[in-house]
Ligand binder design. Structure first.
Ligand SMILES: [Zn+2]
Ligand SMILES: [Zn+2]
Length: 333
């Protein structure tokens, strides 16, 4: 059974999930194969019996499917009966109650989101919204993320995203909430809305500005070519997008991944959605001062001892230069 643990020294949460691999040989460092074969892929059509029963499906032609969502076979958090949370000395322990799901983009084994049709990516975004809403009714926070390529944490190469629902608001999210609330108290404005105005007026970190979304390299980028996709309209919650905005978001995401691929090749990356906690998360007034965004983190560099020791990242690529390179990429040119 997974467990959430917090120790007395740093106050950080760790999920201990022994089901995900416990033989020493499970941890040998191996380069993940770039593309795994279709044969035996649990996410390919015809192999549906290899995954747990699906919780969401967009039907496809001939009794098939276009998008599937299934519980993760080796969940980091899962629905287990409540455990006694009594602290044992300095050690705080919560049982790993939560949910862990996999969103399978499409029956296509090989193509990432930028290689799928606009309509297909809209279906993926709709599946994300649907599952974030459903899990948000039961848990404090729901994290959507995507690991693509060797070195990103991905263990299966068939394109997919994952969703983990947690019984607490994670510290990274709490840090952002506190910063946004602090800005609101001082200035009476949403910090991200203010930032969008500033970024648009200078333009140096803007990669793309469409009617509804802004793509930029964050001022404090931790990684080379780190990107944020931010709605230009104020919105605290990814789940609240209407169908028109979902379509615009899907188009922006496709274009952005295509830009990255055109400039850098099929590199490993992570997507992390930063959105509002659910009402269970209990942050009163949040809709006026919080603003969601999607982070795209290329995995070209690996955090080393300094980063782990200090939490300060060394980024060899100034975000202003990264934005210039990404702006100059012409799709298909
Ligand atoms: Zn596959
Ligand atoms: Zn805002």
């Amino acid at each position: 059974m997974p467990e959430l643990r917090k120790g007395p020294l740093v106050g950080r949460w760790v999920i201990v999930a022994p089901e995900r691999g416990r033989r020493p040989s499970d941890f040998r460092v191996e380069a993940a194969p770039e593309v795994q074969p279709k044969e035996g892929c649990p996410f390919c059509p015809g192999n549906e019996h290899l995954t747990p029963p699906e919780v969401y499906r967009v039907p496809g032609p001939g009794g098939g499917w276009r998008v599937r969502v299934v519980p993760n076979k080796f969940p980091a958090l899962s629905d287990y009966p409540a455990l006694d949370p009594a602290p044992q000395g300095p050690f705080l322990r919560l049982n790993g109650v939560g949910a862990h799901e996999v969103v399978i983009d499409s029956p296509d084994h090989a193509h990432d989101l930028d290689g799928l049709s606009q309509e297909q990516v809209e279906l993926v975004v709709e599946a994300w919204v649907h599952r974030l809403r459903a899990l948000g009714e039961r848990f404090h926070y729901v994290q959507l993320f995507r690991n693509h390529g060797g070195g990103s944490g991905a263990s299966l190469s068939h394109p997919h995203s994952q969703i983990i629902a947690t019984p607490l608001v994670p510290p990274e999210v709490e840090g952002r909430l506190k910063a946004a609330l602090e800005h609101w108290r001082r200035h009476g404005t949403c910090v991200v809305c203010t930032l969008i105005e500033k970024e648009l007026s200078s333009g140096v970190r803007v990669v793309e500005a469409s009617e509804r979304f802004l793509v930029l390299t964050p001022y404090d980028s931790r990684f080379p070519f780190e990107l944020s996709i931010v709605p230009r309209f104020h919105s605290h919650d990814f789940r609240s997008m209407n169908p028109k905005d979902r379509a615009a978001f899907a188009a922006t995401l496709r274009r952005t991944l295509a830009r990255i691929k055109r400039l850098l090749g099929d590199i490993p990356y992570n997507l992390c959605l930063q959105t509002s906690p659910t009402p269970k998360g209990d942050w009163p007034g949040l809709p006026v001062w919080y603003h969601w965004q999607l982070e795209l983190l290329p995995r070209l560099t690996r955090p080393g001892g300094f980063e782990w020791g200090t939490g300060i990242y060394i980024n060899p690529m100034p975000p202003e230069e990264a934005a210039r390179h990404l702006r100059e990429v012409v799709r298909g040119g």
